[in-house]
Design a protein around this ligand. Structure first.
Ligand SMILES: *Cc1c(COP(=O)(O)O)cnc(C)c1O
Length: 383
């Protein structure tokens, strides 16, 4: 770490575990090092003896975990001489790509599904100066186009098919193990392309393997892109649980979903790019996949905000929503330590949040009089 204890981003912090050299120019915005928050009220409400932590990735520089992968992907793209990056995105990848490209002084092109990305994410991509191509199609269409165009134009793909993305994202697992002193029993994530669940598994495998050994078969995920020499922890790994939105749940259907639909636009993906890896993660970790309805996702998003003061975007709430359901039904036993990744910040998608709260008791329109203000307070307090 440079300059005393100043935190300078995850590449500097975990350079021994990442595919960079001592003179690599690092493109960073101080990503990573996000809070692991222990839930206080929700476990009491459900009456179960469990330790639930949320990893609040919405506090990354552009408001999602995508920054972890993007600092690596853009650092490597620049090192390899690339002048432009490109991605297809449901929103957060485009925001992160645009920001890190701006930081690096290179161009970013982003393909997004017209009308299907949250307003905050669109605002970010444009403000950071990415050329934003809204396509009349969905993420899966965009992803295919990106793969094709990369052979006809000098652009580096920074979707999670870029192996450096997962290398950056695996560091979230390192942080969790360091903070808890061990791996959790269960780690729950929302799943879209399944890159993040794969990246976390790589991280847990590396950190739990003693020096001089290979993590597991999963080590092959990184295709030799890490400089793995053994982790600090010789111990356990969590069961990995992936939750999809019911309208975009290819893992539950057992095949690609043609027209994925969900309010959780960040995981509105019908043909996950890391499908094979995700199945391997499930098998190796002894975890499972499941799905949540849009209503379950929104209810959980609101409960987390109301009962714990933590505002995540809809897709992120799938992790904690699924975990709570599986705790209630006993699939996750009492006594367990559970980590849920909150992938993105609630401020990304104000429209969905406001639509949920409209016509509820939290919003009232009144005259600008003392009487009406006082009466509203007393009424809300039941006085
Ligand atoms: C990208 C994203 C996901 C899905 O992650 P995958 O790696 O595609 O599975 C989930 N939630 C949010 C907020 C995201 O931006």
């Amino acid at each position: 770490m440079s300059a005393g204890n100043r935190y300078t981003g995850l590449i500097n912090r975990y350079r021994d575990y990442l595919p960079i050299s001592d003179d690599t120019r690092i493109i960073s915005l101080g990503e990573g090092n996000t809070p692991l928050i222990r839930l206080k009220n929700i476990p009491k409400l459900i009456g179960k003896d469990v330790d639930i932590y949320v990893k609040y990735e919405g506090l990354n520089p552009t408001g999602s975990f995508k920054d972890r992968g993007m600092t690596m992907a853009v650092t490597k793209a620049v090192e390899e001489g690339s002048k432009a990056i490109i991605c297809a995105s449901t929103g957060n990848t485009s925001a992160a790509a645009a920001a890190y490209a701006a930081r690096a002084g290179i161009k970013a092109f982003v393909l997004i599904p017209e009308g299907k990305i949250a307003m905050g994410k669109l605002a970010q991509a444009m403000m950071y100066g990415a050329i934003t191509l809204q396509i009349r199609g969905n993420f899966d269409d965009g992803m295919e186009l990106v793969k094709q165009v990369a052979s006809q134009a000098p652009v580096t793909i920074v979707n999670s098919v870029n192996p450096y993305r997962l290398q950056g994202q695996k560091t979230a697992a390192f942080e969790i193990v360091e903070e808890l002193g061990r791996a959790p029993d269960y780690h729950c994530l929302p799943v879209g392309n399944a890159g993040n669940i794969t990246a976390h598994w790589i991280g847990y495998c590396e950190y739990s393997t003693p020096a001089g050994h290979k993590p597991t078969d999963s080590c092959s995920f990184c295709n030799g892109h890490c400089r793995f020499t053994g982790g600090p922890m010789n111990g356990s790994r969590p069961k990995m649980i992936g939750y999809q939105a019911a309208g975009s749940a290819p893992f539950m259907r057992g095949e690609a979903v043609k027209n994925p639909e969900t309010v959780a636009t960040a995981i509105r993906i019908g043909n996950p790019q890391s499908w094979k890896q995700a199945l391997k993660v499930q098998e190796e970790s002894g975890g499972w996949f499941d799905e949540l309805s849009d209503q379950e996702i929104l209810d959980m998003q609101r409960q987390l905000a109301m009962y714990e003061g933590i505002f995540c975007e809809p897709a992120s709430a799938a992790s904690i929503g699924g975990a709570i359901r599986d705790i209630k039904n006993g699939r996750i036993p009492e006594g367990s330590t559970i980590v849920c990744t909150l992938t993105g910040n609630g401020l990304k998608d104000p429209d969905t949040a406001i639509a949920q709260c409209n016509n509820t008791a939290v919003l009232k329109t009144i005259d600008a009089t003392l009487d009406q203000v006082r009466d509203s307070i007393l009424q809300s307090m039941g006085l």
